[in-house]
Ligand binder design. Structure first.
Ligand SMILES: Cc1ncc(COP(=O)(O)O)c(C=O)c1O
Ligand SMILES: N[C@@H](CCOP(=O)(O)O)C(=O)O
Length: 508
């Protein structure tokens, strides 16, 4: 039954992943394997051939457009995705709205089967975790215009030991969005944005380059995808406020890097002004295209649980696009019948940069931006998040919660997680602290299926780990520091040190 649904769903889609009937990918009936394409054909060309050969006249044309975010049902304002527009006529945020009636022509089961059928392949562009959901992302883009590093499909890690030892939990998972092409979840959104820019340039729209303000990860993703497509990228970075690993990424990828003597919010203000004057396309998540890619991480989590819905998903928040992206991904899965409910979301902020937390604690009264203080979670050192309205909407719609983490809490949580075999970034430490607090208050139960979203690779933040394990952080006990032991190069000294360690070592 499921197989029948899968094949009938595929026949409705254009472009289709179906292979020509006379050309199976692998012939099992003989000893020889038949390659699905000849050596002189690349995977783009192959995708082109396959889609041409399987066009179905009944194909519904899925489509999407920009509309004002959370607009009244009577609003008729909308823009083509081929327009260069970031705000509505009243200055509000925009959202990408899909033709849900067209998408409903497939049942939830058919969508599930279609998405599942694309995982783990190299079929262009569906080998990407983002583009495997193309019909829900940018349905109308030509696959030839897509710029992809086969991002997504990231590991969902069962945090068995961390959950059991530190939280008394049996069903704790970490979605490693940072184990990715440029080392953060930003790849998910950037493949979409840069692909659309690629299309706009082919349509001769005035786009000479793509620009962003960044705390490190957005600029890394932007510069890599632009470099792959041969598009100039320009990045505004707050001077001395991002890690060395993040700074070197856009430099290495050939971006034009401006190191500006301000904070992220200052850079954001400048890039908005600049992109309204010059034909530079804005790549921050103010641009709602980005969130279309980022929302696929939510779909992916459901897929990885065989479409069972977790109870909680915890996301570290800064500029606040991602929390809305997760909400949107889950919501679409519910609206299109892939699942019957959505999880509760928790947004976790650093206490030194906590405007959303303060807003939540005030009972969602008037929002006030803050001056963000220094935090080891430097990528979320943001005081005036552009997506505040999106975040509030998402959290209110799913009975969500906002938590905060002090510097000591987030560094201790990171060290504890690392001691169980992870190597997480400080932002994930913020999310784990939120979980810790919600477990202590028993809001999250011991058997609740909980997913913590890990947003960047720990290797980008080794300096903070070095300072922690060297106990070099002023006013921080660094309780879980594990510094190396200096020992003389003789057998006796090494043996003494080892015996001492083995006498005291914890028994695992
Ligand atoms: C590593 C990391 N985690 C979390 C975030 C927060 O995401 P958002 O700005 O979408 O809230 C960012 C960027 O802001 C980030 O780079
Ligand atoms: N952490 C971000 C800050 C900018 O966020 P964006 O999602 O609006 O681009 C970064 O890495 O720059």
């Amino acid at each position: 039954m499921a197989m029948a649904a899968a094949s009938s769903s595929a026949s409705f889609l254009r472009p289709s992943v179906r292979r020509p009937h006379n050309k199976p990918r692998i012939s099992c009936s003989s000893e020889t394997l038949t390659p699905r394409r000849s050596p002189d054909e690349n995977i783009r060309e192959e995708a082109h051939r396959l889609s041409i050969s399987s066009v179905d006249p009944r194909t519904p044309l899925f489509s999407a457009k920009y509309v004002p975010f959370n607009a009244s049902p009577n609003s008729t304002e909308s823009y083509s995705l081929d327009e260069i527009v970031y705000r509505s006529s009243s200055g509000a945020l925009l959202d990408v709205q899909h033709d849900m009636d067209a998408l409903r022509q497939l049942t939830g089961a058919q969508w599930r089967d279609l998405f599942d059928s694309r995982v783990g392949k190299t079929t262009w562009p569906y080998g990407s975790g983002v583009w495997s959901k193309k019909e829900w992302v940018l349905p109308e883009i030509d696959t030839d215009d897509i710029v992809s590093a086969f991002e997504g499909n990231s590991n969902l890690f069962w945090a068995e030991r961390y959950g059991k030892q530190f939280l008394g939990m049996s069903d704790l998972w970490v979605k490693h969005c940072g184990i990715s092409h440029t080392g953060s979840f930003k790849d998910l959104g950037m493949t979409v944005l840069v692909s659309q820019v690629n299309r706009l340039r082919k349509l001769n729209r005035p786009v000479v380059g793509v620009g962003c303000a960044s705390t490190g990860d957005t600029s890394a993703a932007l510069s890599a995808y632009c470099a792959a497509a041969g598009i100039p990228s320009i990045v505004f970075l707050p001077a001395n406020k991002i890690s060395i690993a993040q700074l070197v990424q856009p430099i290495a990828n050939g971006a034009f890097v401006l190191s500006i003597d301000t904070d992220f919010d200052g850079c954001m203000k400048l890039i908005r002004e600049v992109t309204s004057e010059l034909p530079i396309y804005l790549a921050n998540s103010l641009n709602s295209l980005r969130l279309e890619g980022q929302k696929t991480a939510a779909v992916e989590i459901l897929q990885q649980f065989d479409w069972e819905v977790p109870d909680w998903v915890i996301v570290p928040g800064g500029n606040l696009g991602n929390i809305y992206a997760f909400y949107k991904g889950f919501k679409m899965c519910k609206e299109l019948g892939l699942v019957d409910r959505i999880p509760r979301l928790v947004c976790a902020q650093a206490a030194n940069a906590n405007p959303l937390y303060l807003h939540y604690k005030s009972g969602w009264k008037d929002f006030k931006a803050v001056k963000a203080g220094t935090t080891f979670a430097s990528a979320i050192q943001i005081g005036d998040p552009v997506s505040i309205d999106r975040a509030v909407f998402a959290l209110q719609s799913c009975d969500g919660i906002v938590e905060e983490a002090t510097e000591e809490e987030l560094m201790d949580a990171m060290a504890q997680a690392d001691s169980t075999g992870m190597f997480i970034c400080p932002h994930t430490g913020v999310a784990l602290t939120a979980l810790n607090k919600l477990r202590n208050s028993e809001v999250i139960g011991p058997a609740d299926r909980t997913v913590v979203v890990s947003t960047a690779h720990g290797l980008k933040f080794t300096q903070s780990k070095i300072e922690y394990h060297s106990k070099l952080i002023p006013d921080m006990a660094c309780k879980f520091a594990n510094p190396p032991v200096n020992v003389k190069a003789d057998f006796g000294s090494v043996m003494d040190v080892l015996k001492n360690y083995l006498n005291k070592a914890p028994r695992f």
